[in-house]
Design a protein around this ligand. Structure first.
Ligand code: FNR
Length: 191
């Protein structure tokens, strides 16, 4: 059984450095035998969560699509920017919508028992590490198994080559190892 991983960035920006980062780990996970689906949250725009809207119109179509994709994958590979010491609003809003139960679904059906690896990058010296603390906590609370391996890549504006790889070979290897780790852990679980 080939493990399936859904990879995405918490930033929708075209030039997002977190998109570049997650793609490095996604490639490594692919090389380690996983099937990786990379998605851009820009392609799944969502309104800000609003209980009245949910009551009137139900779950937005894009939230339902994201939920379905999560159900079809066992692993999550996420790189989120740090905004004011936390995860991005785009990512939090997505989590909030997708976490809502529909019809007779069990609670948190899209998140329960997923295995996740989280990463971040930022132009600062901490690389978004403070945001990862929040993201880890949130995912853990909604029953995602977040692997201890994580990476916050600092000085993001200087870190990448034109081709999307990292200039520093050790950093490149660290990100690749994190991606392949998710693939190998999942391979044991789906065996
Ligand atoms: C930031 N940025 C930022 N960086 C950081 O290291 N710590 C922080 O707390 C914040 N806060 C913050 C708030 C807001 C509203 C914005 C827009 C930005 C900078 C951020 O890391 C930078 O813009 C990254 O390039 C965003 O990631 P992407 O879009 O390149 O993936």
């Amino acid at each position: 059984n080939t493990p399936k991983i859904l990879a995405f960035s918490g930033s929708t920006r075209t030039g997002s450095l977190n998109k570049q980062l997650v793609k490095i780990a996604a490639n490594a996970a692919r090389n380690a035998g996983a099937e990786v689906t990379y998605i851009d949250l820009r392609d799944f725009p969502l309104p800000l969560y609003d209980g009245d809207l949910e009551e009137a119109e139900g779950m937005p179509e894009n939230a339902r699509k994201l939920k379905q994709m999560m159900l079809e994958h066992q692993g999550l590979l996420i790189a989120s920017p740090e905004y004011n010491s936390s995860l991005s609003g785009v990512l939090k809003n997505m989590i909030d919508w997708v976490s809502r139960p529909e019809a007779n679904e069990p609670p948190l059906v899209a998140f329960s028992d997923k295995v996740a690896v989280i990463m971040s990058t930022s132009p600062g010296g901490l690389g978004g590490l403070r945001g990862l603390v929040h993201l880890r906590s949130i995912l853990g609370n909604i029953r995602v198994i977040v692997l201890p391996d994580q990476y916050a890549l600092p000085n993001a504006f200087q870190a990448f080559n034109e081709d999307g790889t990292l200039k520093d070979i050790k950093q490149q290897q660290t990100v690749e190892q994190i991606g392949s780790k998710l693939a190998t852990v999942l391979a044991k679980l789906v065996a």
